[in-house]
Ligand binder design. Structure first.
Ligand code: PEP
Ligand code: MG
Length: 588
């Protein structure tokens, strides 16, 4: 085992995870990971055996089909692949992994390939070292054979060896993160990703401790190393001493107890000490998340990131969910919310939320490119299909429509034009919908803040997306760990923009909420309350912590203090003042 050491990264969620490292390569990331139930082990072994036979036969026919004048290397290559497959040790070890660790066949395969690859890396002979590529190619063939015949994936949440695992990945895209939402992994460590990358947002949504941005230090972690992921501090401790391990286990148990205590707040109304009612809404990615929304007694959904229904399925536009599939998803959300409002944001595709196969051309600045509303207006069929699906869902309960990344009045006008067209299409089909559906826009581009009348004159509500607002205002890529230290929600320019937006919306009599990650940070709740925010939308897992802050806050005390904070010009000074505000004792 390695000697103990620690690595610093970016804290993207909270809590402590302890477990063994499961180092996962990019190829492995794309394969499925689940534990096979005890009774399914032998059929999983059989599934792998069948796939191995398919690949063997494939290689035989490939060899036979080679033209006489084919280069000799080609035949030799196929033979090397066939030899790898014929190696009994290779298949025996694979079956062994399935039987002892209960990994599904794909996962077992990738585990073994990674172990073998590591051995190849240590070979000095360059020819032999190159054979690692053959191994990977064979693995690819087997994976293809497996997925070709794959049916239902049994999912189990128990780990056969009762050893908790922490995923260590070089690069986690939002689509990759989706597969871990329901996973049994206890923590995440990633080489890339900033605090507000979408992968980080999903990590927070899973409520699993995660540290991102370890970049060059990541290779220091080896398969099976013991890890402590301290997501509060953004630190990963590798192979800790027994004493440190014991200290962290104690800390972990204190955190679990505090979480249980918080759940007592579920039933309480979110009111400040002076009696002001605060609306606490939830951000969701999938309709099923509405169960958590109801479970935490949120007031509704303030942001349904609909793009997650589109990404992660590969194949680009041709694989987009059709109207029926989208309608079912939105309707499911509306029904699960039992009368609470669902604010559905139209497709916010682009930047780090890419559709892998649709990105034919590499765009230099994707966050400034054809993203969100720009994409939808350029793809009317995609937009109209989604609008019809959302409208149809509005017949089953309260739905609001939210437009992302709007910068120009003309974009709102065009979007509203498409909405009318979608309504007409439904009318001619005789489909029901809420004709008075409310339409709002995200305020997430600085130009929108400086041109608010353009929005308030055309829309029913506003929702501030601080994640992008900060990115675009401070010119910091929210995904880039190299500039993550400059991504500061407490920059005076950011606070000034929040204040401007809230004041203007209040004056115009238009509701305004905040749905960026600032809303989830309970250490900022009082600041936001003092700025005049009365509607917060966040991941449901953060809701009770924010509610606790609301219950302990008095607007009469907060408001003048926040007004003073707004006069400060130094980031450090603001940070101290906000921290003091957060810690101040307030009681009736
Ligand atoms: C935001 O930008 O703050 C926001 C809520 O949208 P997203 O994080 O999905 O870009
Ligand atoms: Mg955004």
């Amino acid at each position: 085992m390695n000697a103990p050491f620690s690595l610093s990264g970016i804290a993207v969620s909270q809590g402590i995870a302890i477990g063994r490292a499961y180092v996962i390569t990019n190829t492995a990331m794309e394969t499925l990971h689940y534990l096979v139930p005890e009774e399914g082990i032998e059929s999983e072994v059989k599934r792998l055996q069948t796939a191995l036979t398919v690949v063997r036969e494939e290689l035989v026919s490939l060899r036979a089909a080679l033209p006489e004048d084919a280069p000799a290397e080609l035949g030799a290559l196929i033979e090397v692949h066939a030899m790898i497959l014929a190696d009994e040790m290779f298949s025996k070890e694979l079956f062994n992994i399935i039987r002892t660790r209960r990994y599904n066949a794909e996962w077992a395969l990738m585990t073994q390939i990674e172990e073998l690859s590591a051995k190849f890396d240590n070979i000095t002979d360059p020819y032999l070292r190159e054979r690692k590529t053959d191994l990977e190619q064979v693995a690819e063939r087997i994976i293809k054979a497996l997925t070709g015949e794959q049916e239902e994936k049994p999912v189990s949440t128990e780990n056969s060896e009762q050893v908790d695992l922490v995923v260590v990945a070089y690069n986690v895209s939002p689509a990759d993160m989706l597969q871990f939402r329901e996973s049994f992994f206890k923590g995440f460590v990633s080489g890339t990703g900033g605090q507000n990358s979408h992968a980080a947002i999903i990590a927070r949504g899973t409520d699993i401790p995660a540290v991102f941005g370890l970049s060059d230090a990541l290779p220091l972690i080896r398969q099976n190393d013991w890890l402590i992921v301290d997501a509060d501090a953004g630190v990963v401790l590798v192979n800790p001493t027994p004493l440190i391990l014991a200290q962290y286990r104690a800390k972990q148990s204190v955190q679990h107890k505090a979480k249980r205590r918080l759940s007592r707040l579920k039933k309480m109304a979110a009111k400040t000490l002076d009696g002001t009612a605060i609306e606490l809404l939830a951000n969701i990615e999938f309709p099923e998340d509405c169960r958590m929304v109801v479970n935490n007694n949120a007031d509704g959904v303030g942001l349904f990131r609909s793009e997650f229904l589109f990404i992660g399925r590969g194949g680009g536009i041709s694989r987009f969910p059709d109207e029926e599939e989208q309608f079912e998803a939105y309707r499911q959300a509306v029904v699960l919310l039992k009368g609470r409002p669902a604010t559905i944001r139209t497709l916010d595709i682009g930047a780090d939320k890419v559709l892998p196969s649709s990105e034919k051309v590499k765009v230099l600045n994707p966050a400034l490119g054809r993203r969100a509303i720009r994409y939808c207006l350029a793809e009317p069929e995609v937009f109209l299909t989604q609008l019809r699906a959302i409208l149809r869902a509005s017949a089953f309960g309260p739905v609001k429509l939210l437009l992302p990344m709007v910068t120009h009045g003309s974009e709102i006008d065009q979007a509203l034009g498409f909405l009318e067209e979608a309504k007409n299409q439904l009318r001619s089909r005789g489909d029901r919908f809420d004709d008075a559906i409310q339409v709002g826009a995200m305020i997430e581009v600085p130009a929108a803040v400086l041109a608010l009348p353009m929005f308030t004159s055309r829309l029913d509500f506003l929702s501030i997306g601080t994640n992008d607002l900060i990115q675009y205002a401070l010119a910091i890529d929210r995904v880039d760990p190299d500039v993550a230290h400059l991504y500061n929600p407490l920059h005076p320019a950011v606070l000034a923009m929040l204040k401007m937006t809230v004041d203007y919306a209040v004056e115009a009599g238009i509701p305004v909420s905040i749905c960026g990650e600032m809303a989830s940070d309970h250490q900022l709740t009082r600041l936001l309350l003092g700025l005049g925010i009365r509607q917060f939308s966040m991941h449901p897992g953060q809701l009770l912590k924010v509610k606790q802050e609301v219950l302990l806050s008095d607007l009469n005390i907060l408001t003048p203090k926040v007004a003073r904070i707004l006069t400060l010009c130094e980031e450090q000074e603001i940070a101290v003042a906000v921290q003091d505000l957060h810690q101040e004792e307030m009681s009736i």
